[in-house]
Structure formats: structure tokens, C-alpha cells
Design a protein around this ligand. Sequence first.
Ligand code: UDX
Ligand code: UDX
Length: 453
Amino acid sequence: MNRSICCIGAGYIGGPTMAVIADHNHDRKVIVVDINKERIAAWNSGKMPIFEPGLDEVVKRRRGKNLFFSTDIDAAIKECDIIFVGVNTPTKDFGRGAGCASNLQYWEATARNIVKVANGNKIVVEKSTLPVRTAEAMERILSQHPKYRFEVLSNPEFLAEGTAISDLEKPDRVLIGGHPTPAGKAAIKALADIYGTWVPKEKILTTNLWSAELSKLAANAMLAQRVSSINSLSALCEEAGADVEEVARAIGMDSRIGPKFLKTGPGFGGSCFKKDIMNLVYICESYGLKEVAEYWRQVVVINDYQQQRMVGGIIKAMFNTLANKKVAVFGFAFKANTSDTRESPAIAITRMLAEEHAQIVITDPKALGHVNDDLEEIAAKVATTPDPYKAAKDADAIILLTDWAEYKDLDYQRLYAGMRKPAFVFDGRNLLDHAALRAIGFEVKAMGKTWEN
Ligand code: UDX
Ligand code: UDX
């Protein structure tokens, strides 16, 4: 078997994953291809198209040696026996299933192209998150080839943005789904061998295809569900005088529950959680599982509610009007350590603030480049600056939405001095030292806590 592998789709998943594979498999050629010329040019330049700690180093180490970025998709398909597909699968925004179902048009076009240009048998690896039983549809397309055989595997990626490289280096598990046939088993082994160069054998989990496909959706749905669970409790904490962080610590110490993903905030964002849950909802509905669909839909309902609740709290605290008040939004990325703003809670929250006629200044260390596109319809009403001190100058309130560590280390005395009084801090992430802020003179309201906590 030829030892070259390729990945179609040089995005958040394809780029980092292939770079790490190349780094651990010097004897394999790894080619990452994409239809987007600018993206490929960026991967080949000094400035990566995505910001991810540690990514530069890995790419620079292997690029031009055994890691290549190219727009020649057909040549890569011909050259490689193992083809990863990591093209995007956004939520459909048209037709049947709009708002819920995955748009599989790029996936299908990619599969058809593989059939068209293939020059031998291939293993096709689903890397994109896909609805359960997508592999079946893909197999039907791929099996149209008169001569060659295509074995489909599902190998979902669990990396989180901001920690992509460390997640890839030390995964909790690598999941490979395939058919229990001899050809299926051989394909699973070929893929497991690639990961086996750095991932301990016991962490490489093999399952049937449908389990692997569903596990990816289920993992994201359950992670998002934990965030919605703690966020729903944050509302109750504020009413009942409890402190959500104390509650989270107390329940997280139960080893059956565990401490992770219990941090309250302005709601989850990111390209995956909402998309995957809505997709799960759609699949359940299409199998007639109405109650199951409703159960998961509620995770998204609570997420939207949390954002509305936060803005409601801000309006109430600021004497029931934001009109012409200047508010400084600290953080636009959907979480710290990423420039990504897809589904960022800051988008919905800023829109709601604009509806109240607030004057908005957004600051963020990495994500300001997305503000104009994400807030296109209100862009004229929103200013941006990378400097938090400038953002807060003459402002009535700081609204902290992203958990960037640097926001902890700002000189709040200086920020306070430049603001209108009373000066408010709304800490959507429970990131700051609230007692210290109050000692300076700020009025502080934090998520899941009363005004005193
Ligand atoms: C990934 C997965 O593919 C998606 O299913 C998952 O839910 C989220 O993560 P991601 O890598 O974040 O997507 O997507 P993106 O950064 O948009 O990258 C996809 C790439 O595929 C883009 O660079 C796009 O240009 C490319 N593409 C798309 C192709 O090369 N060919 C196509 O036909 C369509
Ligand atoms: C997620 C999954 O973690 C990853 O396994 C999958 O492959 C892709 O989707 P990602 O979207 O990059 O990764 O970010 P993640 O760290 O999971 O955070 C998602 C959102 O939840 C962020 O907006 C984050 O701020 C929020 N969150 C997370 C909380 O509000 N509280 C928490 O305790 C954890």
C-alpha cells in the first residue's frame, strides 16, 4: 500500500489534524487540499489561516518535508490511498430541515469527485461531523465505480479549538468506526496504524460505523447539555441567593459527575454545539422520536435564554435604559484562545444591546476581524478597538463575555477612573476578582451570583 495520505478540507479540523499526523509519521507524505486558494496560500505562508496555540511550530517543522498544502484536489486523490474528508457541513439554511439538518452538499460533491478521479482502491475517512448513516449514502455513491472499491470509515475529531494541538497530541480516545467485514477490518487497521505511532493502543477505540458517527453528535450534545444545565441553575442561584460557582464545585466533586464543563457563562458558542444538537434533533424527529428530539432541543432553548437573561439583567441594573449609554464589550470570540466567533454569544448579546440603543465598543485580543461580518446589519452602530482601556473610556459598563486570561490582569483602578459613574462590571464568565472590583468602587454583577456575592 502507498503510504501517502490526504485530507480534503484545510479548515479547523483538517489543518491541525494532518499537521500532527505528519509530525508523528515522517515516513508518510501528508497532503492537505482545499478549494479555497487563499486558505491554502495562508497555510503555505508565515501566517496560519487559523490561530491555534502550538500550530505554527508543528506546521513549520513538517511543511515541505512530509506535509504539503495544495489546491490540486484531484492529484491528491490519485496519489493517496487514504483520503480524509474534512469539508464543512453547516446547518442547512434552505429547504427541508432548514435550521436543523446538515447541509451535505459539499460532502456529496467531494464523494462524487473521488469516484470520478480515483485510480485505484481507496479508504475514505469521514472526518467532518455527519448525521448518522451518512456513510451509507456515501458508500452508495462511491460504489458506483465500475472497477475500484472504496471502504468508508468514520473517524470523528474531538479536538476543541484553542487546545487543538494538545488535544491531538494527547487524545482521550481516537474513535474509528468501520464495517466488520475483512475489507472493513483491514481499513480500520490501516488507519489505527497511523494514530498508533503516538496514541497508546488502549485509547484507539474501534466500533461499527453507525456508533462512531452517532458518538460524535452525542459527545457534543452531552457537553453542551452540561453547560445548559449549569446555566439553568445559574438563574436559580441568582434568585435563591446561592453562588453558582460554589454549587458547581460541590456537585463537581462527586466523582460520578466530575468538575469539567460546569462553568456558567453567557451560553455556549462555537461552530459545533448548536449545529450538532440541531442535527441530532432533526435525526430524532425523522425517526419519529419526538420526545427525544424535544429533550435535546431544550439544551439550545436554555442557551438562548441565558443570553436574553444576561441582557435583561444589564438593562435592569442600569436603571432600565441603555439608550445612548456607552458599554464596553470585553471579548468577541466564543471562548478564550481562539479568533473564532462562530455562534459566539457576543454576537447575539451585542445585537440585543444595539436594540436598546446602547453605544457599543467591542474589544478582543484576536477576534475583532470578524465583527463587521458577524454584525453586518448593525456594524455602523458598533465601534472596535484592541485596547480595553480605550474601549472602556467614558463607558457606563464593562460587559465581559469571553474568558481571555488577560482580562484578569488589567488595571481596573485605571479603567474605573476613565468611566462614567456609577461604573458597572457585568462579569459573564466569573473571571474577575469581584471583591477587589467592589473595593475600587465598581458595581459588580456576576453570572449566577447575587449583587453581594
Ligand atoms: C469541521 C468539520 O468538517 C465539520 O463537520 C465540523 O462540524 C466542524 O469542523 P471545519 O474544519 O471547522 O469543519 O470547517 P472549515 O474551517 O469551514 O473547513 C472546511 C474546509 O473545507 C474549508 O476550508 C473549505 O474551503 C473546504 N471545502 C469545502 C473544500 O475543500 N471543498 C468543498 O467542496 C467544500
Ligand atoms: C467542542 C468540543 O469540546 C469538541 O470536542 C468538539 O470536537 C468540537 O466542539 P469547541 O467548540 O472548540 O469544542 O469548544 P469547547 O471548549 O467545547 O467550548 C464550547 C463552548 O462552551 C464555548 O463557548 C465555551 O465558552 C462554552 N463553555 C464550555 C462554557 O460555557 N462552560 C464550560 O464549562 C465549558
